[in-house]
Design a protein around this ligand. Structure first.
Ligand code: NVA
Length: 223
């Protein structure tokens, strides 16, 4: 029952960094506004920046620079999708988003300008064509469980499968932030196949977040 603002005052006097996983983004923003220490977004309904830091790092580790590349986001325009869109504007790559009618990207929620770094497609195969990263996420994110049944119907044509991987760039990788639902947003053949880098992504959360802590605590990047 304590106001978030008060919790921030207390907790930030007892710690060096705070990481919060919660629902509305405004909760983190209210906490951060009253915190004496850095506050990391560990996932909200709207954004998932630690995972995108990790995914960009995983791409760099496997293939090099991400500038000028194309990411195909297939499925729900959720926290992961919004954060890919923000990263594209910061790091100068493109995101092709394909989602069912009624689930298109909301530029205001994504907090992006919606310029040449983003394109919306109704046909997922067109979004995937020539892309360097094919990525997706669960059809029902945390906090949206009440919509599960209707989402299973709405998203059934938005599954990443082998045919989709075939139209992507020949060196494309498949990414998923996990946990995954094989047979829903991705087939087992793709997530367990040779183009999948999901286990590297999982491990890299550790390394990316260690780097983030170092950056926040030391205020500089290690040379
Ligand atoms: N979009 C998913 C990500 C899980 C790490 C969710 O918010 O549930």
């Amino acid at each position: 029952g304590e106001p978030v603002e008060d919790a921030a005052q207390v907790i930030s006097r007892m710690s060096d960094v705070v990481m919060i996983r919660t629902f509305e983004q405004t909760i983190i923003e209210r906490f951060a506004a009253n915190s004496r220490v850095p506050v990391i977004n560990g996932l909200t309904n709207e954004f998932h920046p630690c995972q995108i830091l990790t995914d960009v790092f995983t791409w760099i580790e496997h293939r090099g620079c991400i500038q000028g590349k194309t990411v195909a986001w297939i499925g729900d325009t959720n926290n992961m999708c919004n954060t890919w869109l923000q990263a594209a504007e910061l790091l100068d790559f493109k995101v092709n988003v394909s989602s069912p009618k009624g689930y298109e990207v909301d530029l205001e929620i994504a907090n992006i300008s919606g310029n040449s770094h983003f394109e919306q497609f109704s046909d997922p195969m067109e979004a995937a064509r020539g892309a360097h990263i094919i990525t997706t996420d669960v059809w029902t994110s945390m906090g949206f469980e009440a919509e599960n049944e209707i989402r299973m119907r709405d998203f059934k044509d938005f599954q990443v499968d082998a045919d989709m991987m075939c139209v992507a760039d020949k060196d494309a990788v498949f990414m998923h932030c996990l946990p995954a639902h094989r047979g829903e947003e991705v087939t087992a053949e793709v997530i367990d196949g040779p183009q999948s880098v999901v286990w590297d992504e999982a491990e890299n959360r550790l390394h990316a977040q260690k780097a983030l802590l170092e950056f926040l605590l030391l205020g500089q990047l290690a040379s």
